[in-house]
Design a protein around this ligand. Structure first.
Ligand SMILES: [Zn+2]
Length: 648
């Protein structure tokens, strides 16, 4: 863990305390305060840091994404030197390719926060210098226009800045990712170079949209969250105002594809392009928290009910339609659904923010389902092969993955790999939260850190083999005896509820007999908003032992989901299972499972990076072994299925 985490700029400025008084009532404990010390996430973070980060940087170089910045800088340089008609052609296909570089820098910055790496930092500094060189004197930064200024270099681009952003230019989308990267790199290293590029850019956006009151709705949302981060780190209220302006500019009367059908405060259903939608809902949560605008909270609460109640896959994935990469209608959840990895990531961001607004664990239940299933499925165990869509069934041959059969090394549209990278690197940011004198334990993972509660440090350590075992030993050590409420999440899957809606249910919905011991003494704790609450005086070294039994659960879908009528799936703890052809004597798509089939769980430390498998013996006919869904397609191409036919 880096000790260079810098104080936000706001603390150094003369900003009054009241100007920043509003934010989420539940405050996240930043990922930099908690480190993974072993187990499930350590393997993923190490692969991410040592394989995915350098691989993604190399891809940004080899595919020309970084070269686009050089080409923009060259055009400005040569024109300034007198070659008035000089221009370059882009080295890549899409105007949004700039954003991949920013997301890679953001993810690499998070990796630096976990473990200093001077060579990586030097490489990132060099990338940032190339980005800075591509910024026009007035702060504009968008390589496709700057390198080719006389006429649009791509059909998505208008001759005028910004005007095609509601269409497909992605000018503001690129900036949103740059702002997130600039803040991340500043917080990881204390270096302002990229943040200063961001602030010059933000000044220009303010000039055009704040002062001149240009009103367009960003075609691909994300800048709303970017501006919220710039506001938090600088305290400059113009950045919060821009986040709000870009939300208020949406609808009514436009396309649902880009969430323009209604004003954002009137929207009630998760609709349109799923990544854009989820980024927007997360941005609305930020603006609601920072401004206190209750209309935004009401809108995203309604929208969330539609997503979690009628549009969510058992994997925690969303966005059923390949056409438009979009949310489907209610209960439109075909097993070959699209489920873009980025949509899962954006859904996690949104769910986390809903929890921070409300303190309700149901949002964390959904977040955890997405995290252990439809999110981590996006990266191979080797860290250098990826899924863009995440279907629940596969025939073993179709080129469903943007032209690839199975996992791909990179994509022409490469949004997903760097998004996986930044989310994995910062995963500990989901583990804890605080509110007044409450400490929330949200996620279970082998980890250690220090939480600041009521101004005092509290060291926290978890020892656990989660998600394979439900026993968690939590050591709580305040620096001096302190009275506060420890709120330990009791997951929905333990309480007999796979999701906080009627979209899926367990055949046997009886709650498992979970237990809680404090200082070795069994105790009863009431549940509040899904958390077991232990209110007492805590002393250094106090131990809480949580035992969450993990029986294998049979899951069924709501009868309104046509694709899973008469079907059953298997789960254990937070992990959803699937079957690959190489582990079954029946093709996965036609497996039947009877109610009395014997299912045994077995820890297999040498299989797929260490997993628990489920072996099913069903009379004389069926015998197969199920593996965690996230781990499919790590042993070569094979058919795969999550849902089985229920035997009569
Ligand atoms: Zn993506």
């Amino acid at each position: 863990m880096s000790n260079r985490i810098v104080t936000p700029l706001v603390a150094l400025s003369a900003l009054s305390a009241s100007a920043m008084a509003k934010d989420y009532p539940v405050q996240p404990v930043p990922f930099t305060a908690v480190r993974v010390t072993g187990g499930f996430w350590q393997a993923r973070q190490e692969t991410n840091r040592t394989v995915t980060v350098p691989f993604a940087l190399q891809q940004c170089e080899e595919t020309g994404r970084l070269r686009n910045f050089d080409l923009a800088a060259e055009t400005m340089r040569r024109r300034a030197a007198g070659e008035k008609s000089f221009q370059n052609k882009p080295a890549t296909i899409y105007p949004f390719d700039d954003s991949d570089v920013y997301k890679v820098i953001e993810g690499a910055a998070y990796a630096l926060s976990i473990k200093p790496d001077p060579a990586l930092e030097a490489r990132l500094d060099a990338c940032i210098a190339r980005i800075a060189a591509a910024q026009e004197p007035d702060g504009y930064l968008y390589t496709f226009r700057t390198m080719h200024p006389d006429s649009p270099a791509h059909e998505w681009i208008n001759q005028q800045r910004w005007l095609n952003d509601p269409g497909l230019s992605h000018e503001l989308y690129d900036l949103g990712h740059m702002y997130e990267a600039g803040v991340a790199y500043y917080q990881a290293t204390g270096k302002r170079a990229l943040l200063d590029v961001c602030l010059r850019s933000a000044e220009l956006v303010w000039k055009d949209f704040g002062d001149r009151k240009l009103r367009i709705a960003p075609g691909h949302q994300v800048i709303e969250m970017g501006f919220a981060k710039l506001y938090r780190v600088t305290g400059d209220s113009r950045w919060l105002e821009l986040a709000r302006i870009f939300l208020e500019a949406r609808g009514p009367g436009g396309k649902a594809y880009s969430q323009q059908h209604l004003r954002v405060v009137d929207q009630a259903e998760a609709m349109g392009h799923a990544v854009r939608a989820n980024y927007m809902y997360a941005g609305m949560a930020d603006v609601a928290a920072l401004t206190g605008d209750a209309r935004y909270v009401q809108a995203i609460t309604r929208i969330w009910d539609s997503a979690a109640g009628r549009k969510l896959y058992l994997t925690g994935g969303v966005g059923a339609r390949r056409d438009g990469e979009a949310y489907g209608a209610d209960y439109e959840l075909p097993n070959d659904g699209y489920n873009e990895t980025c949509a899962a990531i954006a859904f996690m961001m949104w769910n986390h923010r809903m929890f921070l607004l409300t303190g309700d664990a149901k949002y964390l239940d959904v977040l955890e389902r997405t995290c252990f299933n439809g999110f981590i499925s996006g990266a191979s165990l080797s860290g250098d092969r990826f899924f863009y869509p995440n279907p629940l069934v596969y025939d073993g041959a179709a080129k469903f993955n943007h032209g690839f059969a199975g996992r791909a090394p990179w994509f022409g549209c490469a949004c997903c790999p760097p998004n996986l990278m930044r989310t994995t690197a910062a995963i500990t940011g989901y583990f804890y939260a605080v509110r007044d004198r409450s400490l929330y334990v949200n996620f279970f993972a082998e980890s250690a850190g220090t939480v600041t509660l009521d101004g005092r440090p509290v060291a926290v350590r978890q020892e656990t083999d989660y998600p394979w075992q439900g026993r968690v030993r939590l050591t709580v050590s305040p620096d001096a005896p302190a009275t506060f409420a420890l709120r330990v999440r009791i997951p929905g899957w333990v309480r007999g509820q796979p999701v906080p809606s009627d979209l899926y249910g367990y055949d046997d919905a009886a709650p498992a007999a979970w237990t809680l011991r404090v200082g070795g003494q069994a105790m009863h704790a009431d549940l509040e908003q899904g958390f077991a609450v232990i209110n007492r005086e805590w002393r250094a070294g106090d131990v809480v032992e949580l035992d969450l039994p993990m029986p294998v659960r049979r899951v069924h879908g709501n009868p309104k989901i046509a694709a899973v009528q008469g079907c059953v799936a298997l789960e254990r703890g937070p992990v959803l299972y699937c079957v690959e052809g190489l582990d079954s004597n029946t093709a996965p798509g036609v497996i039947t499972l009877s109610a009395n089939a014997k299912i045994s769980a077995k820890a297999e430390p040498r299989l797929l990076g260490g997993v628990t498998t489920l072996t099913v013996a069903d009379g004389a006919t069926e015998k197969f072994t199920a593996i965690p869904y996230y781990a499919w397609d790590n042993r070569g191409l094979a058919p795969m299925a999550v849902w089985f036919k229920r035997a009569e």
